[in-house]
Design a binder for this molecule. Sequence first.
Ligand SMILES: CC1(C)CN=C(N2CCN(c3ncnc4sc(C(F)(F)C(F)(F)F)cc34)CC2)S1
Length: 509
Amino acid sequence: HSIKMAGFRDDQKCTFPLQSIQDVVKLFRIELERGDEPNLALLSIVVGSVENLLTCNRYLSPRNETESEQNVKPNFPILELSTVEALYCKFESQIKGCVDVTQYRGNSYASRELVKKTSDIIWSSLTRSYCKDRAHLQTLYSYLTGEKNFGNKLDCFGVAFAVVAACQILGYSDVHLALSEDHAWVIFGKDGEETAEVTWHGKGNEDKRGQPVCGPTAQKSWLYLNGHPVKCNRHTEVAALVSGINPSISATADSKELATLQQKLLWLLYDQGDLKNYPMAIGNLGDLEEINPTPGRSSPIDLFHQAIFAAQTHYANHHVYPYTYLGGFFYRNGQYKDALEAWANAADVIRKYNYGREDEEIYKEFLEIANDLIPHLVKVVSNQAIEAPEKAESNCLHDPQCFAHLLRFYDGLCAWEEESSTPVLHIGWARPLVATISKFPAKTRSHVDIKISEEKEEKVDDEKNGSVNRRHSHGRRDSLQKNDVKNEEDIVKTKVNGSTNVSDKKAGK
Ligand SMILES: CC1(C)CN=C(N2CCN(c3ncnc4sc(C(F)(F)C(F)(F)F)cc34)CC2)S1
């Protein structure tokens, strides 16, 4: 059958050659604002080309050129239409050449066979062995450029994205990306009810490509978010592509132009309402705004709270990263009580899961918080208490709510471990825990009134099934401001789970 080469439309062509960040933003705006679907393969090739030019084939930015060449070379590449069209047609003909859609004709929805076949085409054409967690392997540009042994590389997200982009080219508008906080798969069929693995996860795990995401592993493990993944539409898939832009040139240098492009594209998607159900993309925008604030736009803290609100609204508060985005921000900015509260709220999420062997990423996240960030935080505040004894009152170590947040943090990790197939805590966790607890004076610790709830907490408590949303103190400033705890009477009735009810007198009732 003849392969119809879809050229690009005039409104797509007119933006080429792309010579600036604004040109790329304009192409994305055209793609996102038009009635029809944005073309995932086209946008992935464009982003990958720009990323490659700005991070791999180093464009000498003006400052390090010789005097004579000063300000001659632009610090943004020129991306010709012909380059992009050639790569697009290569992808399109590869996909259409391998999938004989006539055998699937008729059913308007994709079948599992078609999804698996598409995944096999991408999978089998990948270079045999390469470093899977290298940077810049997330776009179709990486997949389509270079000869057999140098190109055809994709990371695990890139494979999933390529399968969805391929299915779009084949005309299946029901095949969409599903995203957890550390894995990607596809949904398809009527109402997106079907799921299929299309890529690998982590190291040393057999890939489960073609299989549905279901069964005990998917239920209780953080990796699959217990039925609360981000189910993308075409716009959210563009947001995932933009979130995946990686400005890093080396371990120590980032491309400022690429980071600016990513930031502008995320604001474009934000304004279109395409980030509303995508907490991590909002979090990425918050991180970019911390580095390079856009005048007149939301602050990083506002954005991180919006990400938390999105997770609470759309995903029954089953996502951890919104809280670790916020906790990391507070930690970097020396707001240690708020950091402890955010991390306690993150632990309140992970307690809903059972720890499994493919949850290493979030394990490492909590390990770093418990054994690196909190011990550092506690060291800093204990030095503050010594250097500035007059400020001791507002010191974290004299604030029972800080101690309560710390206990709630560890309580969440313990609950995560209960009924899990794999242990979480071990002796390596105990040393930093003891060091941290012992920095809080007995007086502070005595103010925390740990309520033992009357009814014995059900072993398989509701949280594990996600049927009961625990109330979160996050976002609600504790009714007691930290310097209100002046003396004995102001005992803060802080239940370990962090909801703080103030003694009546204090609340002025
Ligand atoms: C608070 C943090 C430690 C800071 N960055 C974090 N990120 C950076 C961005 N990031 C992400 N940001 C947007 N979308 C996605 S989809 C995804 C994934 F599911 F794992 C995939 F697709 F397998 F790679 C990851 C991820 C992963 C989490 S979490």
